[in-house]
Ligand binder design. Sequence first.
Ligand code: ATP
Ligand code: MG
Length: 420
Amino acid sequence: VRAIATAEIIAVGSEMLGPDRTDTNSPQITRRLNTLGIEVRAKRIVGDDLEGLAASVADALERVDLLVLTGGLGPTDDDLTREAVARVLGRAVREDEALVRAIRARFERRGMRMPEINRRQAQIIDGAEPLANPNGTAPGQWIEHGEQLVVLLPGPPGEMAPMLDAMIEERLGRRAGSHRLARRSVRLAGTTESHAEERLRPLYARWASRDPVIAATILAARGQLELQLSLRSADPAAGDLRLDEAVADVQDAFGGDVFSVGGQSLEEVVGALLRDRGWRIAVGESCTGGLVTGRLTEVAGSSAYLDRGVVAYSNRAKTELLGVAEDLIAAHGAVSEPVALAMAEGARHLAGVEVGVGVTGIAGPGGGTPAKPVGTVIFAVVVPERHRTRTALLPGGRSLVRLFATTAALDLVRRTILDV
Ligand code: ATP
Ligand code: MG
């Protein structure tokens, strides 16, 4: 039989079409399929409606080798996955006596009688093999259909995940062929998506010119970029080597803008730099209101290097808590490089630590001037050998400006420590 290379996932449940419930099963299923080198071509969420579900199943089977459905295996009338799949495959559904006994025993172990409607969960599509559900009543189903495969998994994530793992290990691994998907992520700060894209163009061309071809996608979030590289290869060692070369290409092209190649967050990278040097850090922030310190504390074990974060919103607080001279503020304004630097020096000095950070700016929507428009944020970092300041004009409204400012602040800490 042909190896399984492509898949579609259908999450069944009307509740996920509303605004409140999200389909968290599909990403998990995707991750596991990807490790086998199976490419997910489409995902959809379909309501509990027999016609619609059957149409989606039929459509998916026109396109892919493997169709995974999750949800709709419950005992009630709106649990229609079995029926819809049976209809499309032209097969009957029958009640499996052994499964009825197993479900009844499950209830009896908890001192309960099995409600008659639960018999529904013992319905098996002709030719399907049941997949054991140690965490619930409804078994999954594994259905070979010509060269294609259809797999039914339960909806509750606590039941779905263990069944998925067992199914991958015991069954799907053998059917997936020898190709495996390998991935790398390269994270960058200090450049924009379009600038990065421009510099990546020649690399894309190089990566596409030789087998195995490397696919690249770029994602932007809160002032950081993530470049995801992936390839399919039958030889994992050769695939890894090729991805290592691609990562090196990116590092050559972007230099100090690359902050991690192993998936670490910017706050983790900053934490590791401080830890390596045995340095501690203190932050004085104004317009970010503690968000920079908040990000530093997202890392477990950050108490090893974070001494304090001081929110100094008013001019008086900048003077009282960070020792910024009143006449410095009067001379340059609170949003100025001398004041940001004085905040960083004050935080560092008062905490008695090696690294100080100062952030001051105009998050908006009010308070901007022609010289200092909304989005103007000024950063200063002091380390034992040097200090740096940076004035940035950050895009977006108040919340984006503040978010981008946390990235810019942490990135300036990184660059100042590394001198890049
Ligand atoms: P049950 O036997 O519990 O009825 P089921 O297979 O019929 O299982 P559903 O009734 O469709 O599953 O879903 C039960 C619950 O599981 C939902 O209310 C929802 O909370 C959760 N769930 C279902 N599908 C998903 C999904 N794709 N992602 C996240 N949660 C889900
Ligand atoms: Mg449901």
